[in-house]
Design a protein. Structure first.
Ligand SMILES: Nc1nc2c(c(=O)[nH]1)N[C@H]1C(S)=C(S)[C@@H](COP(=O)(O)O)O[C@H]1N2
Ligand SMILES: [Mo]
Length: 166
């Protein structure tokens, strides 16, 4: 009898805990996801430090871009995985840079394209001085059709915030 009560208590605890609760950042916050976020960890937003981002499934892409010289390797989490970690669902993303630039990116660019939220260039951590702390990098190495002004304009660097809209 007593053990049934205890079992019920622990089952209730398990049910209350979200399966993919987002950790709290331990280092400086380098990305805030606001708007339609189901896994907030600070004031209704999902905030990430570098190690949280780099702990997510990512990719390395060796490519040339309009912003770099020759072939370089961008690496970081897939934007898709960052949005999943935040519990973000929506139709559009407003990606805001620290310098005031912003771009609207369809949610489908995260879902259907292996866009990287790059945190490193040739293995070196991106700093604000080198277009960090993160930059949206389209997989120009996978699909050359992405190599045009439409996607360049969505290639926001010095990202501070991503707002998730319906
Ligand atoms: N943070 C930030 N990202 C940005 C921009 C910007 O001004 N600031 N310009 C965008 C635009 S409109 C384009 S075409 C590409 C290339 O910009 P560039 O020609 O100034 O290098 O970067 C995009 N990403
Ligand atoms: Mo542009």
């Amino acid at each position: 009898m007593k053990s049934a009560v205890i079992t019920t208590f622990f089952l209730a605890l398990l049910a209350a805990a979200p399966a993919t609760a987002l950790d709290m950042p331990k280092g400086p916050v380098i990305l805030t996801i606001s708007g339609a976020v189901a896994q907030p960890n600070r004031d209704g937003t999902a905030v990430f430090d570098l190690s949280m981002l780099e702990g997510l499934k990512g990719r390395r892409g060796v490519m040339d871009t309009p912003w770099t010289q020759g072939e370089v390797e961008f690496s970081g989490p897939l934007l898709r995985e960052v949005l999943v970690a935040a519990g973000a669902e929506g139709g559009r993303l407003i990606i805001r840079a620290l310098n005031g630039y912003s771009a609207e990116v369809p949610f489908s660019d995260a879902r259907d394209i292996d866009t990287i939220l790059a945190t490193r260039l040739d293995g070196k951590i991106l700093t604000v001085r080198t277009k960090g702390p993160s930059m949206l990098v389209y997989p120009f190495d996978q699909d050359r059709a992405l190599y045009n002004e439409k996607y360049f304009a969505r290639s926001v660097w010095q990202i501070g915030e991503i707002e998730v809209l319906p």
